[in-house]
Design a protein around this ligand. Structure first.
Ligand SMILES: [Zn+2]
Length: 261
């Protein structure tokens, strides 16, 4: 991992949650995801939450998915709350705020959320909590899980916003990608229900759309540090389980990558 004390302040930050992407589906599509996996493959990690709401509170609290190994001692966190009394690594960025989003805002970052799944719709009070971490947050019907071109719309919106942001302004852009979440069967013509196969097709679609976002971010003045990972997987009938918000390994194992754009 990089020294986050050299990253925060000098880099733009991009955090992308690939909502509901299973680790096994991500691994099988590495070769077909030149944007997300151009510089390397996915790391197997454990999510701190089995569904969107729980996982994102943890992420924004600085608790990103942890390596899926028994060696906990060598894992260095990117972010950690300041003054907890716990020992922290010199490369970890410490924030003196309730969460990393407001911590980054305190460092002069403009914080923007492009929402995707239902917890980001801002339609009911509960769905305003996660977007509420950010100074600016956006959700449109076209960003949601039922739109087969959701990522295209989300990326288009981000590109529009980027045009209005000064090059020297520090930017923390968060995007919750909804396309891989169910329903995703429409990414395979003729498929009647969601499956690992249709989720893989959704991921290929998402990767293709993210290319435009990466290109636009690369054109900005500051270098960009990107974190891309899933918030949880989902079960397609394994051991009788369906969906997420349950602690099966297909839910708790998630793909994780961090890289400089
Ligand atoms: Zn989710």
């Amino acid at each position: 991992m990089p020294n986050m004390n050299e990253v925060v302040g000098s880099h733009d930050l991009l955090m992308i949650t690939l909502d509901t992407l299973r680790y096994d589906a991500a691994i099988m599509e590495e070769a077909n995801c030149p944007n997300l996996c151009g510089g390397g493959g996915w790391e197997k990690r454990h999510t701190p939450g089995s569904f969107t709401y729980a996982a994102h509170h943890a992420f924004f609290g600085g608790f990103l998915p942890t390596p899926a190994t028994t060696d906990k001692s060598t894992h260095v966190r990117l972010f950690h709350s300041k003054n907890t009394g716990l020992n922290t690594h010199p490369d970890t960025w410490l924030f003196d705020a309730p969460d990393i989003v407001s911590g980054l805002a305190n460092e002069g970052y403009r914080t923007i959320c492009i929402g995707g799944v239902v917890f980001f719709t801002k339609k009911v009070p509960l769905a305003r909590v996660l977007p509420g971490y950010f100074q600016q947050s956006y959700w449109r019907m076209t960003f949601g899980v039922t739109n087969p071109r959701s990522t295209e719309h989300q990326v288009n919106h981000a590109l529009q916003l980027l045009e209005g942001i000064a090059q020297d302004e520090r930017l923390f852009l968060f995007m919750n990608v909804s396309a891989i979440h169910g329903p995703n069967h429409y990414f395979v013509p003729g498929a009647k229900k969601d499956s690992v196969e249709t989720q893989r097709a959704a991921l290929r679609y998402v990767d293709g759309e993210l290319g435009r976002l990466f290109t636009a971010m690369r054109k900005r003045k500051r270098p960009v540090f990107c974190m891309a990972f899933s918030d949880h997987g989902t079960a397609y009938g394994e051991d009788g389980y369906e969906g997420h918000r349950l602690a099966h390994e297909v839910v708790m194992n998630v793909p994780y990558r961090e890289f400089f754009l």
